[in-house]
Design a protein around this ligand. Sequence first.
Ligand code: KMH
Ligand code: ZN
Length: 286
Amino acid sequence: MAPTLVTVAPTGAETAKTDAPALPCSLDELVSTAKACEAAGAAVIHVHVRDGDAQPTLDLGRVTAAIAAVREATDLVVQVSTGGAVTDPETDRLRVLDADPDAASLTCGTVNFGADVFVNRWEFIETLYVEMREREIVPEFELFDLGQVTTMRRLLDKHGAPYGGHVHCDLVMGVPGGMPGTLGALTACVAALPAEATWSATGVGRTTLPVLLAALAGGGHLRVGMEDTLTFAPGQPVRDNAELVERAAAFARLAQRPPMTPDEARAMLGVRDRRTGARASGTGAG
Ligand code: KMH
Ligand code: ZN
């Protein structure tokens, strides 16, 4: 059985620091979270950056510093969010690719997002995709409903394979406005993916555990983190991101599909190794 890729999404753009004090917002908090989550079994980190007031930002200097700091402190594959916050303009969302991440998220359609709308026009999806390939950045297709699977396939048909030659998707389930976090929805999406694609699934809020268990059962990979879940159990706030990664890793071991290492994730995803020195030669533990 293939090992399990565990991605951590530690921060997101929606939650206020005041509502979840454990949310990593400063650079120091992001780096210590990344280290703890790597030790707990994560191989990829999905990064949203906050400013000095803990507000979401796509400021290129901050994003570049965050990516460099996580890369310096861990071996994790560093995936930047191009989704940002629902209010972010396309120009800012595109510019984060200049921060030289290993990978970047790429949402394949517009979706209602609670009371907001997460806008992803076809032309913008194409631009992000082509620009990622020119920069040798591996996309992770973020798919919030079945129609976005179709759009991803249209993109691949029109523009060819992504950098690295491998297609990896994250099915984001349970967003109010997107697909529900149900076995039926998961099965429909997985059946519609290209045969050679790999996929993970993310259940937002109370769909976290059912989606996690269904993904493991279905041969998929896992994304967890405080971007998606703030409650560990009914009435019990999440302690920190590492607690969510530890639980995901424990379920993966139970399923006899233990967490893969960051280097195994690089190989599976086709990521170009941007680490330098000891880390690049695989001796950079710690
Ligand atoms: N914050 C959401 C509006 C992504 O990171 O690519 C979009 C999002 C997806 O989180
Ligand atoms: Zn995100």
